[in-house]
Write a protein that binds this ligand. Sequence first.
Ligand SMILES: NC(=O)C1=CN([C@@H]2O[C@H](COP(=O)(O)OP(=O)(O)OC[C@H]3O[C@@H](n4cnc5c(N)ncnc54)[C@H](OP(=O)(O)O)[C@@H]3O)[C@@H](O)[C@H]2O)C=CC1
Ligand SMILES: O=C1O[C@H](COP(=O)(O)O)[C@@H](O)[C@H](O)[C@H]1O
Length: 599
Amino acid sequence: MATLYATHCGSHSKGYAYSSFSPINGVQNQRLAFSSSFPWRDVSAKANVVLQSRRNSHQKAVLMQDGAVATTVTPIKNETTLKKSNDASMSIPSLEEYKDFAGLDVNGNEPTVSITVVGASGDLAKKKIFPALFALYYEDCLPKHFTIYGYARSKMTDAELRNMVSRTLTCRIDKRENCDEKMEQFLKRCFYHSGRYDSEENFAQLDKKLREHEGERVSNRLFYLSIPPNIFIDAVRCASSSASSANGWTRVIVEKPFGRDSESSSALTKALKQYLEEDQIFRIDHYLGKELVENLSVLRFSNLIFEPLWSRQYIRNVQFIFSEDFGTEGRGGYFDHYGIIRDIMQNHLLQMLALFAMETPVSLDAEDIRNEKVKVLRSMRPLQLEDVALGQYKNHTKGGVTYPAYTDDKTVPKDSLTPTFAAAALFIDNARWDGVPFLMKAGKALHTKRAEIRVQFRHVPGNLYNRNFGTDLDQATNELVIRVQPDEAIYLKINNKVPGLGMRLDRSNLNLHYAARYSKEIPDAYERLLLDAIEGERRLFIRSDELDAAWALFTPVLKELEEKKIVPEYYPYGGRGPVGAHYLAAKYKVRWGDLTVDQ
Ligand SMILES: NC(=O)C1=CN([C@@H]2O[C@H](COP(=O)(O)OP(=O)(O)OC[C@H]3O[C@@H](n4cnc5c(N)ncnc54)[C@H](OP(=O)(O)O)[C@@H]3O)[C@@H](O)[C@H]2O)C=CC1
Ligand SMILES: O=C1O[C@H](COP(=O)(O)O)[C@@H](O)[C@H](O)[C@H]1O
């Protein structure tokens, strides 16, 4: 068996070539370009090959024989089954079937992808979306034929858009080579169209421009709704009626918030489905694109040492912690309508919880994973008012600088009761997690910026070393910390003996510190998610039943909080948040793990 090296997004990956097939006639060393629906972009084929995507091990295999390119639709789970399916003489579909699979037109031409950033003049587009698209371009991850369009009401020329975008582009620290040149090439493929979000006519003008770029090729279209939620439906209606692809796929990435409770979320889904099929809707939760959140399943399901411990038998509690060291600066108008529970807990923290607590999925296929997430969410008890602690930041002066109160924001009503901090205790009523508190804590304007998952294990039974631990046995329990950001790390707190002749115990960390272990910069979450949407990979996007299950947990308490006008506890800007969070944790015999200094 020979080994074939192929490029995928600029990095070298390994494929497999089987000597049991005869060499490809006439295509020695030919570069074969795959469609955007297949993660391998460019393959130098030297023999008949079966390829397995390294990125998604369940991706379909591609087989090339006698100059024709064929594909098998047999999902490949791992190398072993790959070999087996090869041995068992794989059925080789026709070239027509391959073209269909790869999205090629009758002449075998590759499709184009047009990416329209709706709301291109806005904060998210500038801060995240254009930079992520550039990073994908730099890494050779965008399809060969692509065009990017900015769309918004603001009047701008193509040159002005390029100028605006260029100010936000940077190359990764480890990717500086030809950076300016790459930026220039990228910007040449960015264009702008000014239009209203509720104008079919304006979207039809966009369609005309897109068609000019797409030419005769199959055109796939991705719309990224980077606009406030009240105009989602108008934009989807107009995009779908006037700017959908005529011969390829049309997909829409929808940004959060997906409603503000069960009813409004269902109404949004219903309205979106008037114009789109569920498989065209990509509801984005950017936390699912974060490296360590992606790694959660790998950690759990590929290491024998963790999965057996992953239950009420060994885990005392699990904590999901989000804190920012700045307030709602500039986004107060949006935030006041939602509050921290909707902004962070119902989506980002709950998504991490679902991945953490779900049962083993049947496979890594999107639907199998999302099925498990839905199941665990539906096994959860709706959050109770007595299991919530709320806070709102007030102004604070430190070192001669005065930091504003939440209500100092001009777009926030002076008497706003919107929480900028919340702590919550949730429970999963299934056999695995019965009785284990899943605590969440999220806050703005706190003393630090971080997001992490903390798993506190039970006490060691028996008392062999108890007297060496001192009086606080909780301090001696193992804790697994998954630091999602910043400075990504996974570390396990263990007890060990202090070296020497005595018997003194110490706490140390078994530490996977990403910056020390890997020299490569970690891609931004939006890069992964945009690439997935282009490739039609839905695993990291939220399905509508998942969303329903998530809202069902929070809607009753959100209603009660608003009806009863619960006043949040005030905490100083830059502080550690309200003391109520500690009372809540203490009620379940939990101590917040982030209070200890680990690193
Ligand atoms: N910013 C962030 O960090 C994050 C944002 N999001 C979500 O992403 C989406 C976009 O966010 P963001 O970029 O901050 O939003 P912005 O408020 O910056 O709005 C984006 C663009 O939409 C247009 N717009 C704004 N308000 C209105 C309005 N009332 N009616 C019509 N058009 C309007 C403006 O463009 P023009 O006037 O040119 O038409 C604006 O540039 C939102 O759904 C947000 O919740 C999610 C996570 C983080
Ligand atoms: O969705 C949101 O996320 C950001 C935090 O994202 P991060 O990737 O910087 O951690 C938060 O500031 C914002 O309020 C919220 O809407």
